[in-house]
Write a protein that binds this ligand. Structure first.
Ligand SMILES: NC(=O)c1ccc[n+]([C@@H]2O[C@H](COP(=O)([O-])OP(=O)(O)OC[C@H]3O[C@@H](n4cnc5c(N)ncnc54)[C@H](OP(=O)(O)O)[C@@H]3O)[C@@H](O)[C@H]2O)c1
Length: 324
């Protein structure tokens, strides 16, 4: 029997994770709408059959609710990694607030919100960085609205909510292993802040599969549910830098010497990088985020609860890092 066609509204569908989510949703035979600040940002996905791109400010609540009308579900992948407190709050807290109200106004009954490991809706104030604090606050806003509590609309019924918390995400277009490999192609030594920080990298294909599984109602956890997305292995940042060299073959696979910076020097480096024009490679806030391990806490179900076996990093990363 054919599964019923669903219409999914994907905020952040033009991004790294978003492109994979959109491809998987289209493969399911569902219709997808992607709002974007600039149509040009949708180059990678606009060819997908059944996908509609809308040039729209997702921060305009009225426009958002109108555009969302007629959709069965919303996926939120919008986030920023750098900026001041006001910009983190605008994107990570005010947007989920508007989104929750817009879902209720538009009658959207299912939301998948991608957060991050280290964000905690129960104790967001304790998080070490603006990124993680505001991610936790955004989760709290949606959790409250999901159970029908105060998104601000009358006769508020709430919605089915899945919050996904990934560790750092790897994949062919990542700005993480690719960046470490590129830096080692250029520099003879790599001074590294936060070298001992621990990560449990998860493959972008698994993250996208988790979004789809939530939309399919695969989880047996009741809503609102929180799911941690992490790969099978834990690495320090230094190990990941070295692995990127090994897998990409930089300097015969040996890579460059990695100089683990002491805390003060790492902070100076991050401060200077954060002040450089354009998108910084690293900011003080990024370094603050690394004060807590980016590994699954085990307090919440993981990929396995969605029937997904987490992919190993090495074979996949080698396939896109290796240059002929
Ligand atoms: N990548 C990772 O390693 C990682 C790790 C943990 C958690 N996550 C989470 O996973 C989600 C997706 O991450 P990603 O790496 O795919 O992000 P991304 O590539 O940076 O994409 C983010 C998207 O958000 C939109 N966006 C950015 N700033 C915006 C703003 N100020 N106002 C409105 N829209 C804005 C952009 O859409 P337009 O430019 O088209 O408007 C873009 O498509 C995020 O919630 C992120 O926090 C990612």
């Amino acid at each position: 029997m054919m599964r019923p066609m669903k219409k999914i509204f994907v905020l952040g569908g033009t991004g790294f994770v978003g492109a994979h989510v959109c491809e998987k949703l289209i493969r399911e035979g569902w219709e997808v709408t992607v709002p974007t600040r600039r149509r040009a940002h949708a180059m990678q996905i606009q060819h997908l059959p059944g996908l509609t791109v809308l040039e729209l400010s997702v921060h305009d609540e009225g426009a958002l609710a109108s555009a969302m009308a007629g959709h069965d579900a919303v996926v939120n992948l919008v986030a920023v990694l750098h900026g001041d407190l006001a910009s983190f709050e605008h994107v990570h807290v005010a947007l989920p607030q508007k989104l929750a109200r817009a879902c209720i106004a538009a009658g959207v009954s299912q939301v998948v919100h991608v957060s991050a490991l280290g964000a905690d809706s129960l104790q967001s104030a304790k998080a070490p960085s603006m990124y993680l604090r505001t991610k936790g606050e955004g989760e709290a806003v949606l959790l409250q609205a999901a159970v029908g509590g105060s998104a601000g609309a009358a006769a508020d019924k709430g919605f089915d909510l899945s919050i996904l918390r990934p560790s750092v995400i790897f994949g062919a277009e990542d700005k993480f292993l690719n960046l470490f490999a590129s830096l080692q192609r250029v520099f003879p030594v790599l001074p590294l802040a936060g070298a001992a920080a621990r990560f449990q990298p998860v493959w972008v294909g698994d993250v996208a599969a988790a979004v789809v599984a939530c939309l399919q109602g695969v989880s047996t956890q009741p809503s609102p549910r929180i799911i941690e997305l992490a790969g099978p292995e834990v690495y320090t940042l230094k190990e990941l830098v070295q692995l990127s060299a090994q897998l990409s073959g930089v300097a015969g696979g040996w890579g460059r010497p990695v100089l683990a910076l002491p805390t003060w020097a790492g902070r100076v480096q991050a401060l200077l990088m954060g002040l450089m024009p354009g998108e910084p490679l690293m900011s003080l806030d990024n370094l603050d985020s690394m004060k807590v391990d980016n590994v699954a806490s085990g307090k919440y179900p993981g990929l396995a609860s969605l029937g997904i076996r987490a992919a190993e990093l090495k074979p996949i990363a080698q396939s896109y890092l290796k240059r002929p």
